[in-house]
Design a protein around this ligand. Structure first.
Ligand code: ZN
Length: 504
């Protein structure tokens, strides 16, 4: 149990901030979490084994309702130590409303910080301090949920507790990422997630790109007559001006867009109306077409958004697939000049059709592309990251727990084949030096190496479920919590600086 004398000092304080400042470092209480609601002090605390909520009040009746835990009394107060359960997270969101996720549709710059471990949020919050950025802290795809054996309520609860721990009150988002069906969207909405990233992969028809002219004509003739007429009237032989870009459609271009996107421009309005019915205007809809085989050419982007705007759909953001390679956890691969030309046109389309944000997926570590991204969006953008925070956790092990890192690295090779089925990676893993040739001091260098980063990056699901790794990993991360936060701060400030995000 945590020392009652420390809690008593907080309960009895006239000046809570001054009393918090006097808490000794070994009190186990996160100073930024401490808050008084009515007569009850609430705080987040940790010991060597884990974390809990602490409640303390002059008497038992004054303890905030809705929490259960071990009670003790003394020093003129009653205190409760409550575990970090789902019910307690839900109650915390009721009592302290800033711990609940909100829509960020009016925020200019947002960054998605996927936290697969449920441990990184505090580092993310410290990283954005001083920058004009709003964070999406809870963000997982179904694939990530499956691989980590988490659920949307768990993802939101983990963010809730760490937002409370850090005393962050400026509002954060929660993103049900890469969802493809209304059923999955409902699971995310039920967990209170205001942002939905609709992945159109399953309603796209990319095979049309390889059709011959006669095959394309035949596929087009199969579409409903009024849609065909509308597409030909609106796009065939027409040129659209967005900013200083001209985007033209031949008749074949128009037919190709119709065939590729006919279902996408029907399904998206259905999802939009569903979100509106469930959340009013308090939601952020992102459209994702980034997991397709070919880059999204500007005319296709324009076709999709123009069709959606006509049906009254308001997007918060759209993620095209950009030219070049956006592989996980490493810098951009490709010609930056060509990337900039196309990126600029995507931005101009977004500005012309409702000024939604351009969303950059697999957005971590693209340091050479960030200045271009920041410049052409004027920082009106969403940057989505996830695995890079897991890599920073691995970096903690390379520095603090070399023996555990060596085991984890070795185990990663066992999970590699399975992971390569899910992630598009071109790394040559044979380039990674054998661990027995490296001293402990050299292990952190692996985190600067593309091949080693990708090895660890994509095998997280296997590693987190490996019984010889999982408990040791989480115990080590609890022990080295502050180191993890420091690494995350350093890593993400590099991102924000390269994007040119202005200071607050
Ligand atoms: Zn994506």
């Amino acid at each position: 149990m945590y020392a009652l004398s420390h809690l008593a000092a907080l309960v009895k304080a006239d000046d809570l901030a001054a009393a918090v400042a006097k808490l000794p470092a070994d009190a186990g209480i996160y100073p930024r979490s401490v808050v008084k609601a009515q007569n009850c002090v609430l705080a987040m605390a940790r010991d060597d084994h884990g974390k809990c909520l602490l409640l303390a009040a002059p008497d038992r009746e004054a303890l905030t309702d809705g929490f259960d835990g071990d009670i003790s009394s003394g020093d003129g107060i009653v205190a409760m130590q409550a575990p970090l359960t789902h019910d307690h997270a839900a109650n915390l969101r009721q009592v302290l409303d800033w711990t609940a996720p909100v829509s960020l549709r009016h925020r200019r710059t947002t960054v998605g910080f996927g936290d697969r471990l449920g441990l990184a949020t505090a580092g993310h919050l410290r990283a954005i301090q001083g920058y004009q950025v709003s964070p999406v802290l809870a963000q997982q795809s179904i694939r990530e949920l499956t691989l980590t054996k988490r659920t949307y309520p768990i993802v939101v609860d983990d963010a809730t507790f760490l937002v409370f721990q850090e005393g962050y009150r400026d509002g954060y988002g929660a993103d049900g990422d890469h969802l493809k069906t209304l059923a999955d969207i409902d699971v995310a909405l039920d967990a209170g997630m205001p942002m939905i990233t609709l992945d159109l992969t399953e309603v796209l028809h990319p095979e049309a790109e390889d059709f011959s002219d006669s095959e394309l004509d035949a596929a087009f003739e199969n579409l409903p007559a009024d849609f065909r007429q509308h597409v030909l009237d609106t796009y065939a032989g027409k040129t659209f001006t967005c900013g200083d870009s001209q985007i033209g459609f031949s008749e074949q271009d128009a037919k190709l867009c119709a065939v590729m996107y006919v279902d996408a421009v029907r399904f998206t309005p259905e999802v939009y109306r569903h979100l509106k019915a469930r959340r009013g205007d308090a939601f952020d809809l992102e459209l994702s077409i980034d997991e397709t085989t070919a880059p999204t050419v500007p005319s296709h982007h324009l076709f999709i958004i123009s069709e959606l705007v006509e049906q009254g759909v308001i997007l918060n953001s759209l993620a095209p697939r950009f030219i070049g390679e956006f592989q996980k956890g490493i810098d951009y691969i490709g010609d930056l000049g060509i990337f900039e030309q196309q990126f600029k046109v995507h931005c101009q389309i977004a500005q012309a059709y409702g000024n939604y944000k351009i969303s950059v997926h697999s957005g971590s570590d693209k340091f050479s592309a960030f200045p271009i991204v920041g410049k052409h969006t004027d920082c009106r953008l969403h940057l989505k990251t996830a695995g890079t925070s897991w890599l920073e956790a691995a970096r903690v092990l390379t520095v603090k727990e070399p023996a555990l890192y060596r085991d984890l690295h070795q185990a990663a090779f066992d999970g590699l084949d399975q992971a390569l089925k899910l992630y598009h990676i071109t790394a040559d893993f044979d380039k990674i030096p054998k661990l027995d040739t490296l001293t402990d001091e050299q292990l952190p260098d692996l985190m600067e190496m593309v091949e080693a980063r990708q090895l660890i990056h994509i095998t997280y699901g296997y590693l987190l479920n490996e019984p010889s790794i999982r408990p040791r990993f989480f115990a080590a991360m609890h022990k080295h919590e502050e180191t993890y936060y420091q690494f995350l701060v350093k890593h993400f400030r590099r991102h924000l600086d390269a994007l040119g995000i202005p200071p607050r």
